[in-house]
Design a binder for this molecule. Structure first.
Ligand SMILES: Cc1ncc(COP(=O)(O)O)c(C=O)c1O
Length: 395
């Protein structure tokens, strides 16, 4: 039976739900793009962005998705022939690595153990072996949206320092900014990459890169620079037009302004805590549901499961069918499995503009679909998740 009327709910790990306030802010007629209110709004965003990742460095914003932001980070700091060490823990660092290869870098991949996070000790060992410091940059993802892993960026950074290695450290935080604690300066990260469409609650279309002084020094030497991404051009004093290498993304600027206001009103620490509660609720649901032949976590170590998204292995349950029932019969869009997990997993995003009815509605709908499929299932995950939310409401 089809029960799908009413508002569709997306619980994919991005693009995430856009708050009505952000959508309304985008509903505006075209302003003057050369002077006046739009420029002030845009500059206020660029001024505030460093605080979102806790850096005193520079922030750059482009009309792009996350792939564009990856390219902005690479082309501004590297030269052809440079060596890049990619710390893989799912799927996304490999995508970044493919770009680096096409752009002319030599790449080496260090894989995380299966279903686990990047091992900082393995990173230290690899870097100690690089006695001549031939590696120029190290790429890692804080949260891999395919595997659902959370990597300890602070520990990886300590490993790099312990090896005494001077390579630039770059972190992709596209699936974690605005969801999970991230302290760029304190953790000594040189380049951070972000996108608008997940924890930042803005439609896809803005890519951001943050750079510290070491990254800006590398930028001066970099020969991969191209006109569109070039930071020097984007910092030009000649005109705001150059900040976006052309016409500004007007509606996205207004959206980002509204989203940053919402983030400031709630406070980043409170946002990180809210995401932790929601992640714990999802985890308790999966634990309750799990049964022989049924669901289980993809990431084995509970301490390395992301607070923004969870990847669930589906065992004997047909994951694409589960997603299909949820979406087409019930109005809930889940994340399908990615890459090698395409047919054997699904993903629940718990990021950004979310409250208990949205989260519990998601989990109860998954539970109903599992029941409809006669899937092997332990206890009620929805009830278990409600208890986690209840504890948080009491606190
Ligand atoms: C961790 C991570 N990095 C990079 C990307 C690529 O971003 P985009 O699809 O916006 O290009 C994604 C997208 O889901 C992601 O989750």
């Amino acid at each position: 039976m089809n029960l799908n009327r009413g508002r569709m709910l997306t619980s994919m790990p991005g693009p995430s739900v856009i708050p009505d306030r952000v959508l309304s802010a985008m509903h505006t007629s075209m302003p003057n793009i050369y002077e006046g209110a739009l420029l002030e709004t845009s500059m206020s965003i660029l001024d505030e962005l460093p605080s979102i990742v806790r850096t005193s460095g520079h922030a750059f914003m482009a009309i792009s998705n996350g792939h564009g932001a990856w390219e902005m980070a690479l082309t501004n700091t590297l030269s052809r022939g440079d060596t890049v060490l990619v710390l893989e823990s799912g799927r996304f660092a490999v995508g970044w690595c493919e770009q680096a290869k096409v752009l002319g870098a030599q790449v080496e991949v260090l894989n995380a153990p299966e279903r686990g996070p990047i091992d900082p000790d393995a990173v230290e060992e690899r870097l100690r072996a690089d006695k001549n410091h031939t590696i120029n940059a190290i790429l890692a993802v804080q949260v891999d949206t395919a595997s659902g892993v959370w990597n300890d960026i602070a520990a990886i950074s300590r490993a790099i320092k312990a090896a005494g290695h001077p390579a630039l450290f770059m972190a992709d935080c596209i699936a974690s900014i605005g969801c999970v604690e991230y302290l760029m300066d304190e953790w000594d990260v040189d380049v951070t990459v972000g996108g608008s469409q997940k924890g930042l609650m803005v439609p896809p279309g803005l890519g951001m890169v943050w750079a510290n002084d070491r990254a800006m020094a590398a930028h001066k030497r970099a020969d991969m620079r191209t006109p569109y991404w070039d930071w020097t051009a984007r910092m030009s004093k000649e005109g705001h037009y150059k900040r976006y290498c052309g016409t500004s993304p007007v509606q996205h600027i207004y959206a980002m302004r509204a989203a940053l206001d919402m983030i400031a009103e709630e406070g980043l620490e409170a946002i990180w805590q809210r995401h932790e509660v929601f992640a714990n609720a999802v985890r308790s649901a999966i634990e309750a549901w799990s049964a022989p032949g049924g669901l289980e976590f993809n990431i084995l170590d509970p301490a390395h499961r992301s607070n923004s998204t969870t990847t669930v292995l589906s065992g004997s349950i047909d994951a694409p069918r589960l997603c299909d029932i949820c979406e087409n019969q019930a109005g809930l869009i889940l994340g399908v499995g990615l890459g090698i997990l395409a047919d054997s997993s699904f993903r629940i995003g718990h990021m950004g503009h979310m409250n208990p009815p949205m989260l519990l509605g998601t989990l109860a709908t998954v539970e109903a679909a599992l029941q409809a499929m006669d899937a092997p299932m332990g206890a009620s995950g929805a009830a278990a998740a409600a208890s986690v939310i209840a504890d948080a409401l009491k606190a």
